[in-house]
Design a protein around this ligand. Sequence first.
Ligand SMILES: [Zn+2]
Length: 199
Amino acid sequence: MSFQLFEQDTLFLQRFLKSAGFYGAELDGIYGKKTDAALNAFEARTVEIAETLSKFDARSERNITSLHPMAQQAARIFLKKVRDAGFDARIISGTRTYAEQDALYRQGRFGSPKPIVTHAKGGQSNHNFGIAWDIGIFQDGLYLGESSLYDKAAEVGLSNELEWGGHWKKFKDRPHYQLATGLILANVRDKFEEGQAIV
Ligand SMILES: [Zn+2]
C-alpha cells in the first residue's frame, strides 16, 4: 500500500479513515474536501506517533504508516523490542486495499508461475483493515523466509494487545501480527466497510 494507492481507491480510503475516526462524512467513493481533510489529519497523527516513538528503515516506515494509528503505535513498540533484542527485523507488509489483496491472491493461481503467497482474497485478510503487519527477518542483509528466528522474535515482541500468526492452528503464519480485536474476521470486515471503529 501507499498513500497514492489509497487515493486511487477512494472508497477504501474513506472506510479506512472513517473506521479510524478521521472521517465523518458519507462513504461515497468521491475524493472531496472532507476526504482530503481526513487524510491530512490522519497523516498528521501518523507523524506525531513516529516522533513520540522510534523510527525505522524506509520500508518499515512505509508499511507502518499504512496502519490504523493504534496499530502504528503497537507496531513501533513491537519492532523496537524485537530490534533491541538483536534481530534485524523489518516490517515488510502493512495495509492492502481489497484490490491489492486480490492481486496478491492471483499470484500462484490462474496460470501465474510464482508461488502462492496468501489464502485470502480482498476483504478476507486483516491486512485489509489496517490492523495487521508482517515482519521480515534479515541476516547479513539477506531476507530469511523460514527461520526459527521468527519464533524467537515473537517471544520478545508479543504483548497482550497482539495476535501472532504463529499461534494459528490451521495455517501458521509466523511473520504475521495483528491487533487483537476480540472479533471474528467477518465482523471486522462489516465494521470496516461501514466505517465503524474496529479497535
Ligand atoms: Zn500477514
